[in-house]
Design a protein around this ligand. Structure first.
Ligand SMILES: *Cc1c(COP(=O)(O)O)cnc(C)c1O
Length: 342
């Protein structure tokens, strides 16, 4: 663990505050948490433990192996597997306390044999996973013990998009036609669309981890990456830095080479955009980002070998600058960070 060369400082209080914020915006609906993809890259166990302590009782993962990883950390809360149940999953699923979110007629047939409760996904216009509304109303679901009937919004992060209302009304119609214990439509952005979208249960992910779910909605920062200086060097006017010699020094300068690269999710589109910080002094990225290394301009900072620099990682800002989604910025962080929760 101590050998891991990079650091992610993770703010557990901010995570819990973001969940409470989403819970408050969900009104009377219960507020769950999407913790798929290892808790959006932050460590699903640590996230689930903290959200469970904050009062979250419904967790969403993508796969049965993800369900296995966090099952012991959610204290008997509900756990749903969004990909449903494949033939290969059945032995694990039978032994698990988690519920599948059934998406197809095949999955329904497979799960029916267990006699156990399930969730069901209906596609109301995204054309991703889920039964069509016609299938859902065809009798296919009869006799199933449905805990949560759900659908997923395609454009909730664009509040003015016409598809939001189309999906909301389609889901309202389904909710009155198909018996289930609870109904759920909204992800983080959906919660921000207003009370009509919350139904009985919401499923935020991004906002919990500090991402901005909707224009103008800011959450508390949860993630702060740090990289360490491996070497500093003088670069003279006219010399170039890095692969492809894409950066030419216009004057003499000092650079630091840090142990962070695109294998750590610091992708090459951040060249010319990214910024690291020595205290309050900005150190802009110069030249191309390598797999494991990045050069930054430290001409204005007091920085030496072994020093730690904070990586600017304000999710909405970096997302806009780099042309990467906030989701990609989180889930790409990789395995070379020591994840330190406070
Ligand atoms: C990932 C996911 C969520 C959470 O979405 P965010 O945009 O991260 O809030 C909710 N529901 C489903 C079905 C998902 O796949």
């Amino acid at each position: 663990m101590d050998l891991l060369p990079l650091r992610l400082e993770l703010d557990g209080a901010a995570l819990a505050a973001n969940w409470r914020d989403m819970a408050r915006r969900s009104g009377r609906a219960a507020c769950g948490a999407a913790v798929k993809a290892d808790g959006y890259g932050l460590d699903a166990r640590a996230v689930a433990t903290r959200l469970s302590a904050a009062g979250c009782r419904d967790f969403y993962v993508a796969t049965w192996s993800e369900a296995d990883e966090i099952g012991a950390y959610i204290g008997g809360s509900g756990l749903s597997v969004l990909h449903g149940v494949r033939v290969e999953d059945m032995p694990t699923a039978r032994a698990s306390a988690a519920r599948p979110v059934l998406n197809t007629a095949g999955q329904i047939a497979r799960w029916r044999e267990t006699g156990r409760p399930c969730d069901v996904m209906v596609d109301t216009g995204m054309n991703r996973l889920g039964l069509t509304p016609r299938e859902a109303c065809s009798g296919l679901l009869e006799g199933l013990q449905i805990d949560t009937l759900m659908s997923h919004l395609a454009c909730a992060d664009e509040p003015g998009h016409a598809l939001n209302e189309v999906q909301q009304s389609a889901f309202t119609a389904l909710a009155s036609a198909i018996p289930a214990r609870r109904y759920s439509l909204a992800n983080s952005a959906g919660i921000c669309l207003g009370a009509d979208y919350s139904f009985d249960l919401t499923r935020p992910g991004l906002a919990l981890y500090g991402g901005s779910p909707s224009p103008g909605v800011a959450m508390e920062h949860v993630v702060r990456p740090f990289a360490q200086v491996l070497q500093t060097r003088r670069v003279h006017a006219g010399e170039t830095v890095g692969y492809g010699a894409t950066f030419t020094a216009s004057g003499d300068m000092t650079i630091a080479i840090v142990n962070l690269g695109y294998a750590d999710g610091y992708l090459r589109t951040l060249a010319g955009q990214g910024m690291l910080r020595a205290g309050t002094v900005g150190c802009p990225v110069v030249g191309r980002i390598s797999m494991d290394l990045t050069a930054v301009d430290i001409s204005q900072a007091e920085v030496g070998e072994g020093d730690w620099l904070e990586v600017d990682y304000d999710l909405p800002t970096i997302s806009a600058a780099a042309g990467l989604s906030q989701y990609e910025l989180l889930t790409g962080l990789g395995h070379r960070y020591q994840r330190r929760w406070s």
